[in-house]
Write a protein that binds this ligand. Structure first.
Ligand code: NAP
Length: 291
């Protein structure tokens, strides 16, 4: 099997690495700190200590012929992703990877109202965060075309799972947006996302884009209330959007005011995915038992 390289080996990277370890692949993961490198070594992953903000650290990465997963986020600020550009610029001609799978975000679609969002829905990123992601997508797809490398984009919705539930927000008693004012959002369990990443590496074709979500949908407030119930915590106060704008971070407001009803049929059929956690109830139960 071709070697696997994970650029940005955090939560999803480690999950993908575990799936490949079970297949007996050679796996390398990029991290920025020595402490994290030691952790990777203890898991049987070869650490690549590098920083996408430091071009000199990107020379000699073992990307030639590899199956590359790019999971690092763009830096804050601006409308482009210089990290993606630096990685691609560091790859000499003739030493390209076999394929690159990139985790982007469903945020690139912007606010879609009541429409069902398929991969044919035009991207319309409205926040600077989403514009940076869309820039990364286009940079990668353009580079892949030029260099003959299959690049695949996963437009991922809100990730939840063990260790990544909003426990602090709930215990600290932050208010929620009133259910009646909430827009539809979507989620995916971290373990299912990792399985989708591996399936995309195995089955997706050059330039393909996939929406990634569990298909259940719901609102952010429903999600927080379900987590509160699962943890036995009291329901937070619900406030109007007008009040929320005064007390919530702009990023949270952008999540709450953009509406997306994501269609995941292409992910299920083209990639042959059977979700382990098709509902929040199942995913939360598993998340809490693992925590
Ligand atoms: N949270 C969501 O709901 C959501 C939704 C859609 C997409 N996503 C995106 O999905 C991707 C994977 O998520 P995740 O949960 O696995 O994230 P994560 O645990 O934060 O992992 C991201 C990895 O990227 C690395 N990284 C960040 N900046 C870097 C740099 N300058 N150079 C090299 N590595 C760098 C981080 O390294 P350090 O450990 O050194 O920080 C970390 O290992 C992320 O890009 C995330 O933004 C998230």
């Amino acid at each position: 099997m071709k070697p696997v390289v994970i650029i940005g080996c955090g939560d999803i990277g480690l999950r993908v690495a575990r799936l490949y370890r079970d297949k007996g692949a050679s796996i390398s993961g990029m991290v920025r700190e020595d402490e994290k490198a030691q952790h990777l070594t203890s898991l049987g992953i070869s650490p690549l200590v590098a920083n996408l903000d430091d071009p000199e650290s990107l020379t000699h990465l073992p990307l030639n012929g590899a199956q590359v997963f790019y999971f690092a986020p763009p830096p804050g600020g601006g409308f482009s992703d210089p990290r993606m550009r630096r990685l691609l610029e560091s790859i000499p001609a003739g030493q390209e990877p076999a394929k690159i799978v990139y985790i982007s975000t469903s945020g690139v679609y912007g606010d879609c109202g009541d429409a069902i969002v398929t991969e044919q829905t035009p991207a319309n990123p409205q926040t600077s965060r989403a514009r940076r992601r869309f820039d990364a997508e286009n940079t990668l797809l353009g580079w892949g075309k030029d260099r003959g490398v299959a690049a695949v984009i996963l437009r991922v919705t809100g990730i939840y799972g063990p260790g990544r539930l909003p426990v602090a927000r709930l215990t600290e008693g932050h208010p929620l947006l009133r259910e009646e004012e909430c827009k539809p959002t979507n989620r995916i369990h971290a373990e299912d996302l990792a399985r989708v990443c591996v399936a995309a590496m195995e089955k997706a074709e050059a330039g393909e884009i996939f929406n990634v979500c569990d298909g259940q949908g719901g609102t952010m407030t429903q999600y927080f209330l379900a987590v509160a119930d699962a943890l036995g915590l009291p329901h937070p106060q619900q406030i109007s959007l007008e009040e929320a704008r005064k007390v919530m971070a702009p990023l949270m407001i952008s999540y709450l005011t953009e509406s997306r009803r994501m269609d995941n049929r292409k992910m299920l059929t083209r990639l042959g995915i059977t979700l382990k956690y098709p509902t929040l109830e199942q995913g939360l139960k598993a998340s809490l038992s693992e925590d």
